[in-house]
Design a protein around this ligand. Sequence first.
Ligand code: HEC
Length: 242
Amino acid sequence: MRRALPLLGALVLLAGCGTGGKAPSTADPANGKKLFLSSNAQCAACHVLADAGSKGTVGPNLDDAFAGDRAQGFKESRIENVVLDQIREANPPMPKNLVSGAKRRDVAAYVAATAAKPGKDTGLLASAVAAPGAGKPAVEKAGKLSIAANAAGQLAYETNKAAATAGPVTVEMPNMSGVGHNLALETGEGAATPKGTKIGATPIISKGVAKVSVTLKPGTYTFFCEVPGHRQAGMYGTLTVK
Ligand code: HEC
């Protein structure tokens, strides 16, 4: 794994020869946040970043990765450059150039603005992305429960809470995003990592409505997306059955 500190040494050299030293001033971190959480850039699927609420564990925790730099008072522009370089020069399994051009700068500016920084977003960052799953809880009616995938392509459902009465239920997942998702159910309270027993799953679809019929008992279940990385990125919630 490439750690941030040796890289910073390399960046000082780069700055000296005038190729990578200056952080762009036009970057839009709010757009970077959207991209970070999107299924195009997929950063959230592989990385923990508290600000984004992401829980991916394929790559290093980005708050930890930049905690030392932050503590030593490094400028945000330096962290931004580390992230820019990482996106360009990534090693497998992180694909190179997941985002490029202005989008790459936006993502780097977002990570630089938030990694290892406690506290809540303010200003534009706060309104950039609805918190994943912040929609109204889904409630079962007459044996039907509908939990939609985020229409904007965020790795999330529109809600992370659902309620149903025990018995046979058809769970529907409308997905208008164009990104492949499904909805699976397992026993136990909503969590980013598997804990319980799977009781059913819809097919994976990128547009339309996927369905699965299950018989629910009183208790809590996790609903989650089985496309690799999506659950870790935050695409899960809790179904309470009474
Ligand atoms: C498929 C999983 C995957 C995706 C998607 C991914 N990364 Fe990574 N990332 C990794 C892995 C694994 C590493 C560690 C190996 C390396 O350094 O190349 C890493 C390393 C990093 C590092 C260096 C952290 C350190 O310890 O210095 C940064 C910064 C980073 N990624 C940012 C991003 C950003 C921003 C995105 C989205 C544009 C992204 N990653 C997408 C897997 C991923």
